[in-house]
Design a protein around this ligand. Sequence first.
Ligand SMILES: Cc1ncc(C[n+]2csc(CCOP(=O)(O)OP(=O)(O)O)c2C)c(N)n1
Ligand SMILES: CC(=O)[C@@H](O)[C@H](O)COP(=O)(O)O
Ligand SMILES: [Mg+2]
Length: 618
Amino acid sequence: MLLETIKKANDIKKIPPEKFPELAEEIRAFLLEHVSRTGGHLASNLGAVELTMALHYVFCLPEDKIIWDVGHQSYTHKILTGRQEGFDTLRTFGGMSGFPKRSESPCDAYDTGHSSTSISAGVGYVCARDLKGEDYSVVSVIGDGALTGGMAYEAINNAASLKKNFMIVLNDNEMSISQNVGGISSYLSNMRTTEGYHEFKTGVKNSLNKIPGIGPAAIKQIHKTKDSIKRLMIPGMFFEDMGLTYLGPVDGHDCSRLVQIFQEAKKVQGSVLIHVKTEKGRGYEPAMRHPARFHGTAAFDLEHGIPLSNNGKANYTDIFSTVMRKFGDREKQVVAVTAAMPDGTGLKRFRNMFPERFFDVGIAEEHAVTFAAGLALGGMIPVVAVYSSFLQRAIDQIIEDVCLQNLHVIFAVDRAGLVGSDGETHQGCFDLSYLSMIPNMTVMAPKNKWELSDMLKFAVKYDGPIAVRYPRGEAYDGLEEFREPIVRGRSELIYQGKDIALLAVGSMVKTAERVRELLISDGENPTLVNARFVKPLDKKMLDTLAKKHDVIVTMEENVKSGGFGSAVAEYMQITHPTVRVQVCALPDSFIGHGNPEKLKQKAGIDADSIYNRIKEAE
Ligand SMILES: Cc1ncc(C[n+]2csc(CCOP(=O)(O)OP(=O)(O)O)c2C)c(N)n1
Ligand SMILES: CC(=O)[C@@H](O)[C@H](O)COP(=O)(O)O
Ligand SMILES: [Mg+2]
């Protein structure tokens, strides 16, 4: 096994290049064996094996810096830097991260998780290097999907004017998570190879020469217009025009060609972009056929590519998907917007049934929100379906473009709360704070699957900026009997008791039920309220609770700062200072990867921890 000889960074240099195809095969087998057991990002990693090997062969780590965009494709990089053992604990609590982490290895040059940042970070490294008079290479590896994000162009624009030695590797597999979309994606897939241009040129010359009296003149004309033909036919003119040197496209599964081109690129002065064509899911039939399904996967049966666990229960995304399909039929003004996540957000069905009312804007959350503002002004009702952590990108647009103009834009905020194995870059910990701080915004969170549906219907009828946030995973199907109509700013009383009031947001209502049971077994009779609205706050309910309760315990899957509990505490302190408010929320720290239940325990927002806190404070 060649892989056994790789114990640390740069060990690949000891393997003769003619053995690279064998090593690539071993790496793919290793990835499949491990990811099929643990789950993780598979298809992108299978596609980037040779590319990563060639980079590790040509560059010297950790001195040279490789910056992985998003970072979900960095598994081979982890293998080649001595972290094979980490794959047994991949993305589990306390185990190895699925993304590059500087705390994990000096060979991880930059922590990532969100898209389209690698070129900016690379340019920063390059400037620091030159200012300090140091000598190392900086390579940013960006996918064609990540290249749909605006930051990439801001960074290329900057890199070109700086005229510093810098390398960008474009890993083009013609896929984002789903099919890649938009102008840049078409540009990349329409690119001719350099060989293609030469073949075209020779072919035209030969044919024209055969026409007596016309050929030579026409050929002269071709030379005159060569520049414009070149623009049409030579690949990479867009990047060249932006001030980069373009090399490629090159077969991303041909290791020796990759090594050669990276070595050539090292000699180029200024910024160079190497266009590498790869195949997502390479080497595993089910992943090649269904790259989106195997982009990020749970554990699966290796032989057939079928997920191991599927209890058949609907998750919140499924509920959203079903409601959107109904809106498609009944609410002709409703349009759907996604930033490259039609699968993850559940909009795929809407896309298939109502393609003219579906917009995938690429990995461009900022644009998605301002685009929705335009749609709203033009008379549509846009539903922007987006993960909580990715919506962070668009805070300015939510404030300036949507809320300032008080537009009817619906934000379907998925993956709100602790998402689990993706870790700190993807936890949806901040949306309640950053959404409820904005004037005109309404913020809701459902306690169960029926309430998600009711809230979405309410949001369509409402007029103004409105967000519904719901967590990753199985939708709660308890408390079905509590289904009061949704009224803006009104919470829902579930169980009336006294002394202690449990006031929970969204997913935490289920936890609050458990806390209530624990307290009942101690002889208490706590009240349970489903907050429903984080903004506006149900002050009437707080005034009522103040009459019969000494303590209000708030619960939310969001950071404490600026969250629901802080708002309740602020109101109570001014209006009912004798009532104590205990805020149970996420701490002021980044929460790593692992099983969400474990993460909740660690953060102190599981039922036992909350119960213990209540008892300790008595
Ligand atoms: C800001 C942001 N939005 C969305 C995502 C979700 N996401 C992760 S990878 C990915 C597709 C990336 O495509 P590409 O860069 O081509 O890499 P590939 O998976 O094809 O290797 C998306 C949309 C993200 N990580 N960050
Ligand atoms: C790398 C990335 O950002 C996505 O692939 C993300 O991991 C998807 O998360 P879900 O599995 O929750 O859809
Ligand atoms: Mg891609």
